[in-house]
Write a protein that binds this ligand. Structure first.
Ligand code: GZL
Length: 323
């Protein structure tokens, strides 16, 4: 009788210890591997496709068990995914916030569950920086400045008005807000630069074409298009050509991202300059995940390195493009 009681007590102790280990957010998959829950924005652009591939391939290479969700550009889907990752007790949660605001509640739930959160690609506008461990991504304001700096240089000798139309990214997203800010603050120094129309093209080719068609119908004297990503610029090129105008000549085009098709368009003289925005964040993200699980410090902000490419550099750079 006594032996059976002691054996039951030992079994209870062991199972309690095992549960306590999971209580630290560890081993959700029961595989002994680190489990990462990633809530992706969607699949709206070639940039996003490359970003997703980088994350999936890097997780596999790092032996990290990836639980991946595609929010189809809806914040409520990303919030649902994060809650599901909390329920599954993953080791780390990472996501690219589709918009800047509205994250505090769900990120507090992750914090209460002791599951660290990493922001990738896009930031949030929360005042509470304890809600995430690290933000890994580009400086979108600087990207906007770089786009404008090319324009300032291109028109440095002119005094005539330069009429600009702007295709913004998805409304409320960090890249759309910051790329507009950086661009506007830089051209403000010279009154000849005028943004005569600015509207979201939702980071997609189809919407970019549709909005550019509207710009062309409403404005007869457009000199420049500033597109917050290549997909919208490529859609706008179709609209410009269908209007009988030459993209890159009649209307100069400044774009952001640096996907292969944008480099091809630059070799064809249809885009004048591309400000690079690097989507290949997978390796750095897995490094952060491993460090966080090991209890090591990680920087609050990890900035991705990126450049600017003009049309004359496109042919030589095209073979090097990885996305
Ligand atoms: C930028 C990223 C943006 C890209 C778009 O880091 O969030 O979203 O510029 C993508 O192509 O859709």
């Amino acid at each position: 009788m006594r032996t059976r009681f002691l054996a039951a007590l030992a079994a209870l102790a062991l199972s309690t210890a095992a549960l306590a280990a999971c209580g630290d957010g560890g081993d959700a998959g029961g595989s002994g591997k680190i489990t990462l829950g990633f809530a992706q924005v969607g699949a709206e652009s070639a940039w996003r496709t490359a970003n997703t591939a980088s994350i999936q391939e890097s997780a596999a290479a790092a032996g990290i068990d990836l639980k991946f969700s595609d929010a189809q550009q809806k914040q409520e889907n990303q919030i649902k995914a994060i809650r599901s990752f909390i329920q599954q007790r993953v080791d780390v949660i990472a996501f690219s916030p589709v918009v800047e605001s509205g994250w505090d509640t769900v990120l507090k739930e992750a914090k209460d569950a002791k599951i660290p959160v990493v922001l990738t690609d896009r930031a949030i506008d929360s005042a509470d920086e304890s809600l995430y461990v690290t933000f890994l991504g580009s400086d979108f304001v600087e990207e906007g400045r770089r786009a404008a700096n090319w324009l300032v240089e291109e028109y440095r000798d002119g005094t005539d008005p330069v009429n600009i139309v702007e295709l913004q990214g998805t409304t409320g997203s960090a890249p759309a807000i910051d790329r507009q800010t950086g661009f506007a603050e830089t051209i403000a120094a010279d009154p000849k630069f005028k943004v005569i129309a600015s509207q979201t093209g939702e980071f997609t080719r189809a919407k970019g074409k549709e909005v550019m068609q509207a710009f062309l119908s409403a404005n007869k004297d457009i000199d420049v298009l500033y597109a917050h990503n290549d997909d919208m610029a490529l859609g706008a090129i179709q609209a410009i050509e269908e209007a009988g105008l030459k993209p890159g000549e009649d209307i100069k085009i400044i774009s952001v991202d640096g996907v292969k098709d944008a480099f091809v368009a630059m070799t064809e003289g249809k885009i004048n300059v591309v400000v690079e925005c690097n989507p290949l964040l997978g390796p750095q993200l897995m490094d952060v995940v491993n460090k966080v699980v090991a209890g090591e410090q990680t920087p609050k902000r990890i900035l991705t390195e990126e450049g600017v490419f003009t049309a004359d550099q496109a042919a030589a750079e095209l073979p090097n493009r990885k996305y």
